[in-house]
Write a protein that binds this ligand. Structure first.
Ligand code: SAM
Ligand code: SF4
Length: 489
C-alpha cells in the first residue's frame, strides 16, 4: 500500500466517538483554568491537610491538586518535597526500576514541530532496523544488564503494527550468556508508538506487550494544533483516546505523558490527572506510569528552545512532586533527556523508573559496541551514564535497583494496589524480588566498585526483611534465604 492510502485508513472515527461522554472530551479547558484560578487559598493548614491525604496514599481531587500547584511559599514546597519522598517510600519503598529505549525506525509521516523525525527534516538520515540489526541492538542492551526495553517508532507504513509486532518477537527471542553463564533475555517490552486502532493493538497484545505508552504532548487544544500542523498526529482526539482503545484491545497496562515546554506546566499536570481519572472511570484502571519529558533541542526542530513555556529545574521538581502527591500509586518515569544532577534530585521526590546506558540513534547500540561514531539523534541526551554508573550512584543514595519485571502481574493499579497496601503485603514481596534480582545483577554485570556498594545495601535490606513481622514463622523466608545463599556463592 502506498503511503497516502495507508494514511487514509489509519484513523477510525467510531473508535474515537465511542469514548466521548455526551459528545464531549474529558478535557475541559475552562474547567481546568477555573480549578487553577479558584484554588488560590494555600494556607499552611489547608496544604497540610492535603498532604495528610497523600500520606494516607489516597488520590487527590482536582481541587486539591490545583491548590498544591498554586503554592508559592518556598518553605511549604520544602515540606511538600519531604512528604512526596515519604509517599514514595510508603508505596515503592527504596526501589528503582531500569529500562533501555530501543529506537527501531525514524521514518515519519508527521510534522511535529519539536521533533527531529518530522518528515520535513531533510537533514535526518532515515532508517528502519532489520531483524538482524534489532538482534544486535538487543544483544548490546543485554550486555549492560537490562531486562526491560521500550521500543520506539516514528509513524509510518514501514513501521506499522505488523512491523512492531515482528520487531517485538525478535527482541524477545535474543538470548545472551551473562558473566556467570546464565541465559539472559529481555523479559518485558514496553512500546512507545503512534496511536493505533483496536485491531492493531490486539496484534501487540498477542506478542506480549508490557506497557503501551503514548504521550498526549499537550492537553491544550490550540497549542496542540500549532505544534502538530499536519499529518495523522494533527488529530487531537485520535491521540487522546489511544489508550482507551488499548484497554478495549485487552492491554490494561498503559502509560500517559506530556511534553513539558509546549504550554503552561500547571495546566499540563491537571491534564494528566484528568486523563488518569477518565481511564479509571471508563475502565476501572488508571495508567501504570506517567512521563514528563521536557522539550530539548532537536536537530531540524522548528520549535525554538525560546518557547515561553519552557520549564526550569525548580518548577520541574515541583511538577514531579505534585504528581507524586496527587497519584501516589502511579509510577513516574524520568528519562535520560535530563542531566544527572536533575535526575538524582527528582528521583528523591518520587520517580520510580529511569533509563540508563541510553542511546536514541537508530542502530546506535551496535555502533557503541564497535566504538563507532553515532549518527544524529532525535533529541539531545542529558545523561550519558552507563547502567552501572547510575546503579552505583543510586546505591550510594540508599536506593536499590530492581530488575524484577513482574510489576504488571502484581496488579500495581487502582483497587488492587490499594488492597495490597492496606494489608501491608505489597512492599514485602516486591522487596524480596528486588533484592534477589539486584544480587543477580551485581554478580553478572556490575563493576567491582558497584558490587561493593551494592552488597552493603543488600545486607541492610536482608536485615530488614528478616526482622519483618510479616515473615516471622513464614516458610517463604527460609526458602528465600536458601536461594539467596545459592546465588551469592
Ligand atoms: N512517533 C511516536 C509518537 O509521536 O507518539 C512515538 C515516538 S516519539 C519519538 C516519542 C516521544 O518523543 C514523543 O511523544 C515526544 O513527547 C518526545 N519528543 C519528541 N521530540 C522531542 C524533543 N525535542 N524533546 C523531548 N522530547 C521529544
Ligand atoms: Fe514522528 Fe513521533 Fe517525532 Fe512526531 S514525535 S515527528 S510522530 S516520531
Amino acid at each position: 500500500m502506498d503511503t497516502r492510502s495507508w494514511i487514509d485508513q489509519v484513523i477510525k472515527q467510531d473508535q474515537i466517538d465511542k469514548y466521548l461522554i455526551n459528545g464531549k472530551d474529558f478535557i475541559n479547558e475552562n474547567e481546568i483554568h477555573n480549578k487553577l484560578n479558584m484554588n488560590k487559598d494555600c494556607s499552611k493548614e489547608k496544604v497540610r491537610a492535603i498532604l495528610d491525604k497523600s500520606l494516607a496514599v489516597e488520590r487527590l481531587s482536582f481541587d486539591e491538586t490545583a491548590t498544591l500547584l498554586n503554592v508559592t511559599d518556598e518553605d511549604m514546597w520544602e515540606e511538600m518535597y519531604e512528604v512526596a519522598a515519604e509517599v514514595k517510600r510508603r508505596v515503592y519503598d527504596n526501589r528503582i526500576v531500569f529500562f533501555a529505549p530501543l529506537y527501531c525506525g525514524n521514518l515519519c509521516v508527521n510534522s511535529c514541530r519539536y521533533c527531529g523525525f518530522r518528515k520535513e527534516n531533510a537533514g535526518e538520515e532515515r532508517k528502519v532496523l532489520t531483524a538482524e540489526e534489532i538482534r544486535r541492538e538487543t544483544d548490546y542492551i543485554l550486555s549492560q544488564g537490562h531486562k526491560r526495553v521500550i521500543v520506539v517508532y516514528g509513524e509510518h507504513p514501514k513501521t506499522d503494527a505488523k512491523y512492531i509486532a515482528e520487531s517485538m518477537k525478535t527482541v524477545y527471542d535474543v538470548k545472551k550468556k551473562s558473566r556467570s553463564g546464565k541465559n539472559s533475555y529481555i523479559r518485558r517490552i514496553n512500546v512507545n508508538a503512534a496511536p493505533m486502532s483496536i485491531e492493531d493493538l490486539k496484534m501487540l497484545k498477542e506478542v506480549g506487550i508490557g506497557t503501551y505508552q503514548v504521550f498526549q504532548e499537550t492537553y491544550h487544544k490550540d497549542t496542540y494544533k500549532s505544534a502538530h500542523p499536519k499529518g495523522l498526529k494533527a488529530n487531537y482526539r485520535w491521540r487522546l483516546y489511544s489508550l482507551h482503545r488499548a484497554m478495549d484491545a485487552g492491554i490494561d497496562d498503559v502509560a500517559i505523558g506530556a511534553l513539558f515546554g509546549l504550554y503552561d506546566w500547571r495546566f499540563e499536570v491537571m491534564g494528566l490527572l484528568y486523563h488518569a481519572d477518565d481511564l479509571e472511570k471508563q475502565f476501572g484502571i488508571g495508567p501504570h506510569t506517567i512521563s514528563f519529558p521536557r522539550l530539548t533541542p532537536a536537530s531540524g526542530s522548528e520549535l525554538s528552545i525560546a518557547s515561553k513555556y519552557l520549564v526550569n529545574n525548580k518548577d520541574f521538581k515541583k511538577l514531579v512532586t505534585v504528581l507524586r502527591l496527587a497519584v501516589p500509586y502511579t509510577g513516574l518515569i524520568i528519562t535520560a533527556r535530563e542531566n544527572p544532577e536533575v535526575r538524582d534530585e527528582v528521583v528523591k521526590v518520587g520517580c520510580t523508573q529511569l533509563d540508563a546506558s541510553t542511546k536514541i540513534g537508530i542502530g546506535a547500540y551496535d555502533k557503541a559496541a564497535h566504538n563507532e561514531k553515532e549518527d544524529k539523534q532525535q533529541f539531545t541526551i542529558g545523561d550519558n551514564r552507563t547502567l552501572d554508573q547510575v546503579v552505583n550512584k543510586l546505591a550510594e543514595m540508599g536506593k536499590i535497583t530492581s530488575f524484577c519485571t513482574a510489576g504488571y502481574r502484581c496488579g500495581r493499579t487502582g483497587d488492587k494496589i490499594m488492597n495490597l497496601l492496606e494489608t501491608g503485603t505489597e512492599g514485602k514481596f516486591c522487596k524480596l524480588n528486588a533484592v534477589l534480582t539486584f544480587r543477580e545483577y551485581l554478580d553478572d554485570y556490575a563493576t567491582e566498585e558497584t558490587k561493593k556498594i551494592g552488597e552493603e545495601l543488600i545486607k541492610k535490606e536482608f536485615e530488614e526483611i528478616n526482622n519483618m513481622e510479616f515473615y516471622k514463622n513464614n516458610k517463604l523466608l527460609s526458602v528465600i534465604n536458601d536461594y539467596y545463599k545459592r546465588i551469592s556463592e
